[in-house]
Design a protein around this ligand. Sequence first.
Ligand code: SF4
Length: 384
Amino acid sequence: MKWINQGHEFDKTAAVLCGKETRYYIWGTANIAQSLISLCGKEINIIGAVDSDTTRQGKCICGMVIEDPEILDPKSGYIALVTTSAFNEIKPRLIGKGFQENINFFDYFVFTQIYQLYKHDKLYSRRLDIALTERCTLKCRKCNMFMPYFRNPGDLDKDDVLKQIDQYFSMVEYLESFNLLGGEPLLYTPLAEIINYTASKYRDHIDHFKIFTNGTLLPGEELLELFHKYSVEIQISDYTEAVPYQKRLQELKDLLEKANVSYYVLKSSLWGDFGFPENCNSISDTQWIPFFDACRASFRGLYKNRVYFCHLETSAVRAGIYEDRPNDYFDLGKELKNKKKSFLEFDQGYSRDGAVSFCRLCRGCDTVNPLTVEAAEQMEDRNV
Ligand code: SF4
């Protein structure tokens, strides 16, 4: 979406969402609904609840009987809030009934972002990734961080990272997922300092604090203590079908369990193929903005005191295989009128050009792209 009135794009929507007369139905009655109700349930008028799970129908949530979603009616004048993570499955059902996205139905997080900013001046964001190092223990040909393309892989400067984190949280009140990654983040020597500093200052502002590792390295005592102390979640990508390191992966799991650290393992023999740089997308000018709108990746990347809309592009820029373009990032250091509102708009996909330039070459996430490749296929001829 192109900025037409930067800093005011959501003014009209917010006036409706924050309006005293506005009534809401929630679709979904599990954890997300409970969180939304505890955050703003006393301020907004929720008149009903539905759930596709038939075992929940007929039970109660906050004094409301949970009904079948079939009863939702766009002519009834209320707004439907999708309070589950299955937004992409529910969205076509609501559209099929005649609801319109971001008019009379909203994803819970989009609603929360607009409502909290306009009502309480609190900026919420969904996800921030920081690739602390460009070094990795693996050489995956189709790495979506383009690690094999870094000619001189290095680490981010620790003090610089901490400054950027301070700058980010001076504006953002709440972040759903804060992710430290690489390359392989356990190769990053000051990782403990980054975690300690960030968590001691901002842990209350972060829902999920995560480390993404490929499971080939073991954290030391200090890191294990910090993971436990600050409820850091370890996301382990299991590539043992492509690379034989089962024993090490098991050691890591045992270590985390012993240290009472929460972890989960993602195992997949296929990755989505973003195409770039070997099999780039090629779309026309007219297809470009709709393609971006259909993908709108959720991963924002922090680098050089900028939040890049798409972390894939951040990495391509860092690797020197894609030109840096100001349209594609939000400069945290830049003075701006209505800065928080501009950030919210950027986070929702607004920009000067209406789309991220990198989408012209990238084939996108699985919502728009069926291509897959073998996961973690190793390269021999690259320099990492
Ligand atoms: S198409 Fe590619 S560059 Fe564009 S938002 Fe999606 S993942 Fe990012």
